[in-house]
Design a protein around this ligand. Structure first.
Ligand code: SAH
Length: 251
């Protein structure tokens, strides 16, 4: 019997931000694997097996999921946000690249989700209205020198920059280093958005400037958006402050 492996995105938090397709894939699965906080969001139905693991075990989890699917099981691997953005989908394909036979007889599908930068952007207006990029600040999977180079060049190229994994208990300083690098190539008044726990009950959105950004609290539940030279603030008639990047740019 042919097994199935669906790599599904659960969005940043609220159930209403999970696509019906991702929800259906999770409901249909016999086995669900994922990082503990993500699988904790799933209420298992009778007969469903849920396997939680640490976020440093992505490749091992991917291989395990493929092995269950190769036995003929319907398996779902879940990620927060989108499974293809700094998440499990790439780990599954990495496992397949290493040993293609792992995927024999397995139907593979990726179900997208709302990634954190899109949810954060929607809360504050439209900061991603013009060209943008996303950079993970975690140096667990790449050298810090690469991150520094990408930050500098992205700032120089005037992309709006979404920063994933900006800080953790083990890496409290790197976000400050990132702001220092960006201060070398962007004006001090560049707009910076801190979006923490978007879609959760403790959600917090703060807007500041690059000059003040290093003083802001920042943790692993925060998504940071650094504006380009064109990103600005605007107030709607009700007095609410929004951040947006105009869609057009003249030479
Ligand atoms: N696959 C996920 C990203 C995984 S990397 C996605 O597409 O969103 C984990 C990082 O994503 C966190 O460190 C944080 O920067 C960001 N993130 C995930 N969920 C978030 C949320 N609800 N609010 C703010 N940032 C979030």
């Amino acid at each position: 019997m042919k097994g199935e492996l669906v790599i599904a995105g659960l969005g940043p938090g609220p159930e209403s931000w999970v696509t019906p397709a991702a929800r259906a894939a999770v409901e249909a699965a016999e086995m669900i694997l994922g990082y503990t906080p993500y699988v904790n969001r799933i209420a298992a139905r009778p007969g469903q097996v849920i396997e939680a693991s640490d976020n440093r075990e992505e490749l091992a989890r991917a291989k395990r999921a493929l092995a269950f699917a190769a036995e003929g099981k319907r398996v779902a691997v879940v990620s927060g946000g989108d499974p293809g953005v700094f998440a499990m989908a790439a780990a599954v394909f990495e496992a397949i690249e290493e040993s293609p036979a792992l995927s024999e007889g397995v139907d593979i599908r990726v179900e997208p989700g709302v990634t954190a930068m899109l949810a954060a952007a929607a809360r504050i207006g439209a900061p991603l209205g013009h060209d943008f990029c996303a950079i993970s600040l975690s140096d667990n999977l790449k050298p810090w020198a690469t991150i520094e180079k990408r930050l500098r060049l992205a700032g120089q190229a005037d992309f709006v920059i979404a920063l994933y994994n900006p800080a953790s208990k083990a890496r409290p300083q790197q976000i400050k280093q990132a702001f220092e690098i960006l201060s070398g190539v962007l004006p001090p008044e560049a707009v910076v958005v801190f979006a923490r726990a978007v879609g959760r009950s403790d959600e917090e959105i703060d807007v500041t400037t690059l000059a003040r950004a290093a003083d802001m609290p920042c943790d692993m539940r925060t998504l940071v958006i650094v504006g380009s030279r064109a990103t600005r603030q605007v107030k709607s008639a009700d007095g609410r402050a929004w951040v947006y990047t105009p869609r057009s740019e003249r030479s």
